[in-house]
Write a protein that binds this ligand. Structure first.
Ligand code: CA
Length: 723
């Protein structure tokens, strides 16, 4: 089979042996009588036949399987199952585990359909697993080129897949959308969804709406133009595409909505080579009754990527969009962070629910984006119903309910001149992509939250010592709070915290809440926790030896309830391992963990081999200026994956590089010999002398383990940020 490389969704290949059965499935789409037709082909063909009716049945209370990414179209991540409940969850233990053969971040929400668990791992690998035995049924490796890891902001992760009418739909890190036979893992078709001239990546889970598969992409920090596309499941043919930002100031535009948007981009400061951002990299939801698709869009170019983020609202970045699922036409939009220059994004998880607000039941959409405000919108009209702070946010004092706009504070505007600004929240947000959950029983939203501050600067000053007068003047009247994680139970109707559980680390997993009133969450420190959904009482803590960032699911099989979670640390915080993170002690062995009542303990992963830096004697000759230059280059090009000198990273700590690796340093950094592991060649942006300087810096840092971040400000050395 050939992979077609055409941009804009041209098909595709179907192996001849599968053509007949595939055609049968296609004809069957959406028709209930199709079950009989398929069952004549083979008795097991009925399996994995998720369709709209079956998905709606899940919404109406059937909780056996987990058939959609957020379990139901509403994406509430609430399961009515209650066999495991507040009374007995203390007896939760491991039913089985499966090692997935990866050691990078695992972010996927698995699906459990007809006794099979479908999930994705790092490098976009797809797994089908027998849910009874934990035995691997099939594995599909899309062979993502290792070089594309350099395009990642946040690890080579994938957040999940869709199963529809016997077909598995998943997207690859390098931008392909793939359809697989759910029974065998055989590829049915594949289409490239991006222009590979630009550093697009896909990490999000596709959603299925009316026989079409919706997929977006990421890369706003690196110069891409965001969009969401719909492809026919039957053929892989592009049905429609909605670009979230204009191509340039002049047009012509693909859609009239973009003629409106371009007026909100400042012509004098916009550099269209930055391509606008607004990427649809995670959240989507579908309301079948209103027949509207909701998508969240990412940030506009900001200081991390551009020297002047400029003025204007920059539609449709940092928005919630309501689209017509048949045409992609924009029905309404609400912009949460106008002109988003702080990487706040509106791509965080969207939940649909009916809430009683002031005596009236409203059909609402809820979102807790990175910017610290919890938004409730009327999902029919986009009307703003509520916007209150769920976390710490000093960039805006409040949202004006008349205009729907945030009232920005003095801390927000950093792009006038060279004025650094400190503000909350930081660029990873008070809440990031990790899914939250909503229980109709408690009326609470369970937000996997965190807090930290950030200094924005067009000069990209990368470090401030908290003790210096400079920092104190930047901080102003803002508090200096510890970086921490927490699980917050938020009452959306009254905009208040009902309870909160402290977690020492940031970057923890998503949440699940059940009819047994249990909230489940894994943490970056490697615990799988169960809380009482009503009052936050910790009911069970299971140490797993692996940092967890994904969200759990639950299902019932043969009468017993199970809870499943992907365990594998990585993602956006891979370059800053907390002291508590088990990846400092254990191998980061990617696993699927499945729990049940009266199960056993979780076996810990193998301990990391001890490294002794005193045996490392590789030397190079370099001047002090070259070492300083090397440290600055390291920060720009290496730190995002290997650690920012103040932090430990999941990926190899280059200060501990072995002599053997130092001897082939050029072959790695320029020759690209470790490309299959994700360490691509940097020959296109680093000169041989610069690589020598980086190596000299690493040896200096090896020999000076107490060396803190110094004055090697890349900007003052005239270096343009790569990120
Ligand atoms: Ca971003």
């Amino acid at each position: 089979m050939t992979t077609f490389e055409h941009f804009d969704g041209q098909p595709v290949t179907i192996p001849p042996s599968l053509r007949f059965r595939f055609a049968t499935l296609v004809l069957a789409a959406g028709a209930t009588c199709a079950l009989a037709a398929i069952s004549t082909a083979a008795p097991h063909d009925r399996a994995f036949n998720v369709d709209t009716q079956r998905a709606l049945a899940a919404d109406n209370g059937a909780g056996e399987d987990w058939v959609l990414h957020g379990r139901t179209f509403s994406e509430q991540r609430y399961s009515p199952l209650s066999s495991i409940n507040t009374e007995n969850v203390g007896a939760l233990g491991l039913a089985w585990q499966l090692e997935l053969g990866t050691d990078r971040g695992l972010e996927a929400t698995p699906l459990m359909i007809d006794g099979t668990i479908f999930t994705t791992g790092s490098w976009s690998i797809v797994y089908a697993i027998d849910a009874r035995t934990g035995k691997l049924k099939w594995r599909y490796d899309p062979k993502v080129p290792g070089a594309t890891a350099r395009d990642s902001c946040c690890d080579v992760v994938n957040r999940g897949l869709a199963v529809w009418q016997g077909i598995v739909l998943s997207a690859t890190f390098d931008g392909r959308l793939t359809a697989l036979d759910a029974r065998t893992g055989t590829r049915l078709w594949e289409v490239n969804t991006v222009d590979r001239k630009f550093p697009y990546t896909i990490t999000g889970a596709p959603r299925i709406v009316k026989g079409r598969v919706l997929i977006g992409n990421g890369g706003a920090e690196f110069g891409v133009r965001g969009y969401v596309s719909a492809y026919d499941i039957s053929s892989g043919k592009l049905a429609w595409r909605f670009y979230t930002v204009p191509r340039d100031s002049e047009g012509p535009f693909e859609r009239p909505e973009l003629s409106t948007a371009v007026k909100t981009w400042d012509r004098s400061t916009t550099d269209w080579h930055d391509r606008g951002g607004g990427t649809v990299w995670d959240s989507m939801a579908y309301d079948p009754a209103l027949d509207l698709v909701y998508v969240g869009t990412g940030n506009a170019p900001w200081t991390g990527a551009v020297p002047n983020p400029g003025e204007g609202d920059k539609l449709y970045t940092a928005c919630v969009l309501a689209l017509n699922p048949d045409t992609g036409k924009l029905v309404w939009y609400y912009q949460e962070t106008p002109g988003d220059r702080w990487d706040f994004t509106s791509t965080q998880h969207i939940i649909l629910a009916d809430l009683n607000l002031g005596g009236t039941v409203r059909q609402v959409l809820m979102q807790a984006p990175k910017n610290g405000f919890f938004y409730i919108l009327d999902r029919r009209t986009g009307e703003l119903l509520s916007a209150e702070k769920y976390g710490i946010a000093t960039w805006a004092s409040r949202v004006d309910m008349k205009t729907g706009r945030p009232v920005m504070t003095e801390h927000a505007r950093y792009w006038d001149g060279n004025s650094e600004k400190m503000l909350y929240p930081w660029v990873a947000g008070d809440h990031n992509w990790q899914p939250m959950s909503f229980s109709p029983r408690t009326g609470l939203v369970y937000i996997p939250a965190q807090q930290s501050w950030w200094i924005h600067s067009t000069r990209r000053v990368t470090h401030f010592d908290e003790q210096t007068p400079d920092f104190k003047s930047l901080k102003g009247n803002q508090p200096l709070l510890p970086t921490r994680g927490y699980l917050r139970a938020w009452d959306p109707v009254h905009s208040r915290t009902v309870w909160e559980a402290e977690i020492p680390t940031i970057g923890n997993g998503g949440t699940l809440v059940t009819g047994g009133d249990v909230v489940f969450q894994g943490t970056a420190e490697g615990n799988f926790n169960a809380y009482d959904a009503r009052d936050g009482r910790l009911l069970k803590r299971i140490p797993t030896g692996t940092g967890i960032i994904a969200a759990p699911i639950t299902y019932r099989l043969d009468g017993a309830q199970y809870v499943a979670i992907m365990a594998g640390f990585g993602g956006a915080t891979l370059f800053m391992l907390d002291e508590q993170n088990p990846a400092r002690r254990f191998e980061n062995t990617g696993r699927l963990l499945v729990f049940k009542l009266n199960g056993g303990p979780v076996p810990l992963p193998p301990e990391k081999p001890h490294t002794d830096s005193t045996t490392r004697r590789f030397e190079v000759k370099a001047t002090e200026a070259e070492v300083t230059h090397g440290i600055a280059l390291y920060r720009l090009n290496c730190g995002r994956c290997h650690g920012m000198l103040t932090s430990k990273a999941l990926l190899p700590d280059l200060r501990q590089l072995s002599d053997a690796k130092h001897q082939i340093f050029d072959q790695i950094v320029l020759g690209g010999i470790l490309t299959p592991r994700g360490m691509a060649s940097f020959a296109d942006i680093l000169k041989p002398q610069e690589v020598k300087d980086i190596q000299a810096a690493l040896i200096f840092l090896r020999d000076h383990p107490d060396y803190g971040p110094g004055t090697e400000d890349p900007a003052t050395l005239g270096l343009r940020p790569a990120y």
